[in-house]
Design a protein. Structure first.
Length: 123
């Protein structure tokens, strides 16, 4: 999401077009907002709000399952809990090493570029 022309931005366009249905929890949306509003990223509040609104309107909000520490970064466990609860095919992240696939009940961990490649092959 850092570059308007990067894979993350294209993935957001795929969500807007209904090609990808994001699954998230309230806690995940809070983290997205907090991270994107950090001064180093420079995103205006209205753009971050528009992003979270798009997730709410195009995605599926769910209650995450209970997980014990799975990720080397405990802050990432909320994403794992959400992916497992949703039984998603893919978990897209820029930091794959924090998401051990053997703990994800069949969910494949991919980066944005890999997910776009999967989507392109299915079109």
């Amino acid at each position: 999401m850092i570059s308007s022309a990067g894979n993350e931005a294209v993935l957001l366009m795929a969500i807007a077009q209904g090609l990808v249905i994001p699954c998230f929890s309230a806690e995940v949306l809070v983290e997205y907002s907090e991270v994107l509003l950090r001064p180093r990223f420079g995103f205006p509040v209205n753009e971050v709000d528009a992003l979270t609104d798009m997730f709410r309107s195009r995605g599926q909000c769910l209650d995450p399952v209970e997980v014990t520490r799975i990720s080397p970064d405990p802050d990432d466990d909320k994403f794992i809990a959400c992916a497992v609860a949703a039984r998603v095919e893919f978990l897209a992240t820029g930091n794959k090493r924090h998401f051990p696939e053997d703990q994800l009940a069949g969910t494949k961990v991919v980066n944005a570029g890999e997910l776009l490649g999967i989507i392109a092959r299915q079109l």
